[in-house]
Design a protein around this ligand. Structure first.
Ligand code: SF4
Length: 350
């Protein structure tokens, strides 16, 4: 039986799952993903964390607890820096230690590669080779697996920048990857064409209001903690744009416009993507999804609010999430916000 490696469906999962999964599967491991977030998972997370932790951290603890008894190892990379510029929020840096110290029950051993590109461009590769060594996989096999995982990661990122949401993009990556392993170039071409078709349908969307939903991927894409925000907005006829839909090159180009350089990777992404939306006049309003007790967001939220004001008084809504946030409250606020945007747009047109 293959060794089972668990991956919690939270935090960096939304950014890196396809490449982590490919790497581990290419090493011959069986990857087991924790189920989508539910009340039970959140409750387990609340049980295992301190009260003032942010909700994404609580949810992460819950996902780890959900994997206990199901897997032989749990993968929790210690993400420090992937661009040599900013670091991840301190809670990411201490995540493996937090989990070991606080999750109740017999947690399986953790695989915790330390990813810090500031230690040299080959530092991430060295960290992943170490994982292979722990799992007793030969180095040459790990090198091939790493190359494949990098390809998959790049393809996944290009899907996100074409406006496809993470869960759909992951499904497309799976399809594409299995067709590639069959060596069927035709299947690969088809996958690429279907990607373009989807992207074009988003481009040519005629929906009445375009809204930037900005925030950290693990807050905006987790349907449970975001109270189904993205689906609800789409039901209201809104075109939703998120920071992941901005190519990393365009985000980087906005760095010079930042009045204050932020130390944290995801915070910079949010701010820079929003500046890109302003510059390209892509949106009619901004919703900032933030987590209660998030340190970095104290700064990000204020900057966004001020920048919206400076940009032609762009309508701005801050949605703060915690374990007490209810669907009804979120719905009331977004319906009112969208109504106001529609009227504003109509008034501007007339
Ligand atoms: S950036 Fe904020 S929401 Fe994300 S893990 Fe850190 S404190 Fe929590």
């Amino acid at each position: 039986m293959a060794t089972r490696i668990g991956i919690p469906r939270a935090l960096a999962y939304y950014s890196f799952y396809p490449q982590w999964r490919t790497y581990l599967e290419e090493l011959g491991m069986e990857v087991i993903l924790s189920p989508p977030t539910t009340k039970d998972i959140l409750d387990m997370g609340i049980r295992d964390t301190v009260t003032d932790a942010c909700i994404p951290i609580k949810v992460f603890h819950g996902h780890v607890a959900a994997l206990i008894g199901e897997v032989d190892w749990i993968l929790i990379p210690r993400l420090v820096s992937i661009d040599g510029d900013a670091t991840f929020c301190p809670k990411f840096l201490g995540l493996p230690d937090m989990i070991e110290a606080s999750v109740q029950g017999a947690i399986p051993p953790l695989l915790t590669p330390r990813i810090d590109i500031r230690d040299g461009r080959f530092a991430p590769l060295r960290a992943w080779l170490q994982v292979a060594k722990i799992l007793s996989v030969p180095r040459y096999r790990a090198l091939v697996a790493y190359q494949k995982a990098t390809q998959v990661g790049a393809y996944y990122e290009s899907l996100l920048t074409h406006g496809i949401l993470p869960e759909d993009a992951m499904a497309m990556v799976n399809k594409w990857w299995s067709s590639l392993q069959d060596n069927s170039l035709l299947a690969l071409a088809k996958a690429k064409n279907s990607l373009l078709r989807t992207a074009n349908s988003i481009e040519s969307s005629t929906q009445r209001v375009r809204l930037a939903v900005v925030g950290y991927p693990y807050a905006i894409y987790d349907d449970y903690i975001s109270c189904n925000l993205l689906a609800s907005l789409r039901r209201l006829g809104v075109t939703v744009i998120t920071p992941d839909m901005v190519p990393s090159k365009s985000r980087k180009a906005q760095a010079k416009r930042q009045p204050k350089y932020l130390f944290w990777h995801y915070s910079n992404q949010v701010i820079r993507a929003t500046y890109h939306f302003f510059q390209e006049q892509m949106v009619d309003g901004v919703i900032h999804v933030t987590a209660f007790a998030c340190g970095p967001d104290a700064m990000v939220g204020k900057l966004l609010e001020l920048d919206c004001r400076k940009n032609n008084r762009m309508p701005f809504l801050s949605l703060c999430l915690d374990e007490h946030t209810g669907v009804a409250g979120v719905m009331t606020r977004i319906e009112a916000f969208v109504d106001m945007l529609v009227r504003r747009k109509e008034a501007q047109t007339s």
